[in-house]
Design a protein around this ligand. Sequence first.
Ligand SMILES: Cc1cc2nc3c(=O)[nH]c(=O)nc-3n(C[C@H](O)[C@H](O)[C@H](O)COP(=O)(O)OP(=O)(O)OC[C@H]3O[C@@H](n4cnc5c(N)ncnc54)[C@H](O)[C@@H]3O)c2cc1C
Length: 429
Amino acid sequence: MTEASVTGLANWSGNYTYRAPHIHHPTTVGQVQDIVAGADRAKALGSRHCFNDIADTAGDLIDLTGLPVDLQVAGDGTVTVTAGISYGRLATALQEHSLALPNLASLPHISVAGAVATGTHGSGVANQALGASLSAIELIRGDGELITLRRGRDEDFAGAVVGLGALGIVSRVTLDVEPAFEVRQDVFEDLPWAEFEAHFDEIVSSAYSVSLFSNLQGPAVSQVWCKSRLTPAADSTVFDAGGPIRPSFFGATPATIARHPLPGLPGDVCTAQLGVPGPWFERLPHFQLAFTPSNGEELQTEYLVSHDRALDVLATLRGLAPRIAPLLQVSEIRTVAADKLWLSPAYQRDCVAFHFTWVRDQPAVERLLAEIEEAIAGCSPRPHWGKLFAADAAALSAAYDRMPDFRGLAERLDPSGVFRNDYLDRYVF
Ligand SMILES: Cc1cc2nc3c(=O)[nH]c(=O)nc-3n(C[C@H](O)[C@H](O)[C@H](O)COP(=O)(O)OP(=O)(O)OC[C@H]3O[C@@H](n4cnc5c(N)ncnc54)[C@H](O)[C@@H]3O)c2cc1C
């Protein structure tokens, strides 16, 4: 195990520099337990892809990437693995066993524990956030004790998955898996806004996973990415048989070369398009594991709203588009199915997610976010926990019925507040 002082360690975007005085690189779960037991304040650091101070601490940062992967495939359709693993690495290991996860986020480089802690999701009307695939969590509590919470057995489990790093260090996770499947990805260009609004449900349900990229202005949505599953899910009605590419998609036309969501950037860093079938983990993310998707010169925000309010939110955002445009690189619209995880932005409601990739002018973005959130407040948006947002503790408490239960859980598992940080003090406690 190594320990070092943290100097200048920043998140992926570079918009946040961690203030923690120490960082540890343990290689066993026992070492993690010892660090936590001896710390006044501690926090697990994932792959540093959040855009705020959620992963920071006034004490000891703990990097779990040195723990052995130790993938265990059980006969009951689950695998157990070290929690600090990236989705890309996990997917590669699962594929060797002909297994798959139901969905992935746009980027495969993010860690499993960090992603589920913030409610990270991909897209698809029948696809839940990534944390919904967890069936057990092994957690190191504030006193260093190791506990395991299981879905269906422990009532606290549903509170612990989207844990915001507040409950302990997740050392191992058990995930539901299914047989590996193939996906084709087709991009359509220039979908008229009028068609999108008129056929909204049909369009977002037209493939296993659908993402729409635009600048919210002009006559059309610039790109629609359809990820169609070529092998059916056992319990899914949303299934595309593939077949020949559609000559037209609600007035949009098939792209003839690989596209990047950001205008002008080369599509070759993205996962294969043009309908070429491939394994699930090489199509469900937008970006290839082998490439860094961009140099981090961006900020991100995302609001999840109830599916039935999506067109109202869209109309409001389109009305604000001239104010949004100077700071916007691209906006993405996705869908997320409801789950039962207390602090999941998709808790008990099917959602549409409105994402913004911003230029890196944080003061200006933060001013704009206050304006956007005021404009869509009537539609009860829930912001992505790992991105930038303007909401305060009162707004977040109003958005989450189970917030008092979550606070109670955190106080039980971590009575001394080892895992508390500025972010949690600001938004949760
Ligand atoms: C380019 C890019 C693309 C993205 N795409 C998507 C997307 O498609 N969908 C989406 O929803 N989000 C997306 N995100 C956001 C991203 O998924 C989240 O910010 C996610 O939390 C990042 O995980 P991480 O491992 O980097 O977390 P970190 O930022 O390192 O940590 C996040 C939180 O998790 C906690 N944590 C980490 N590991 C553990 C552990 N072992 N035990 C307990 N707590 C832990 C940390 O303490 C912290 O509180 C994207 C971000 C970027 C930069």
